[in-house]
Design a protein around this ligand. Structure first.
Ligand SMILES: CC(C)(COP(=O)(O)OP(=O)(O)OC[C@H]1O[C@@H](n2cnc3c(N)ncnc32)[C@H](O)[C@@H]1OP(=O)(O)O)[C@@H](O)C(=O)NCCC(=O)NCCS
Length: 223
């Protein structure tokens, strides 16, 4: 069974929302969703329609959409990447996504690097992000990868930025003293926080930083 059959045949536990492999015809809607979901992200860090078409060409197993009928209401994009959890290399979001074109995709990479997960605000809290991460997990299984990792945006930082630095905020999120609307949700879904990536992207909301998070295939990350 290939990844397309597994995802499509899982049925629709999300009130009519279906997770499917991304197709070129979703590209325009995907760009619009990006602009809506990430209003503070710099233009060069947003994904554009032509780039989505390229992702599907380069690595179709790593790209998924959540559909309400024909309407794209969620999506995830990813590449393959060589990752050493004990020796994490600094990079920016712009660098790791090859300026949005995923030219950084390594066909032999041993981890799935999640570049993006977005769910339209009207559809949040219904388990759609969880389902998108699950789709990525199946891809890891099918391709024999070690698991999925990403750098989650510390989006709750803006609210407390006058009281603490990003390092302190990161530690408090990691120690569960503060709940971050993105990284803590990702933790709930099954990710583990393993590092702070400063100067990752240009977004004041998250103090330009993200948390490196991993979901190994096994034994903890099995879904
Ligand atoms: C983060 C995001 C993808 C979550 O999408 P979602 O579809 O609402 O998430 P889900 O419904 O699958 O929720 C997964 C879990 O997190 C919980 N959760 C979701 N949002 C939450 C919040 N704001 N506060 C507390 N818990 C939350 C859910 O209850 C669920 O847990 P449960 O199954 O134990 O009840 C979505 O809010 C989003 O698109 N945010 C903006 C873009 C972004 O930050 N993307 C990540 C970039 S790194």
């Amino acid at each position: 069974m290939n990844y397309k059959e597994i995802i499509v045949n899982r049925g629709s536990p999300l009130g009519g929302i279906i997770i499917k492999p991304m197709q070129p015809e979703h590209a325009e809607q995907l760009e619009a969703l990006q602009r809506f979901v990430f209003p503070n992200l710099a233009e060069e860090e947003l994904l554009h329609a032509e780039q989505y078409k390229k992702h599907v060409e380069i690595f179709p197993e790593g790209q998924f959409v959540a559909l309400d009928g024909d309407k794209v209401i969620g999506a995830t994009s990813s590449t393959r990447y060589h990752f050493d959890i004990n020796n994490q290399e600094h990079h920016t979001f712009y660098e790791i996504m090859g300026g949005g074109w995923f030219t950084t995709h390594d066909p032999n990479g041993d981890w799935l690097y999640g570049m993006d997960v977005s769910v339209h605000p009207d559809y949040r809290g219904k388990g759609i992000a969880r389902a998108l991460y699950r789709a990525r997990h199946y891809t890891c299984k099918i391709l024999g990868l070690k698991g999925q990792m990403t750098v989650g945006m510390l989006n709750g930082y803006f609210a407390v930025k006058d009281n603490m630095g990003i390092e302190e905020y990161y530690e408090k999120v990691k120690n569960h003293e503060l709940f971050d609307p993105t990284v803590s949700v990702q933790e709930k879904i099954g990710f583990e926080i393993v590092g702070l990536m400063k100067d990752y992207l240009n977004d004041v909301t998250c103090g330009n930083a993200g948390a490196v998070i991993v979901m190994p295939l096994s034994p903890k990350g099995g879904q």
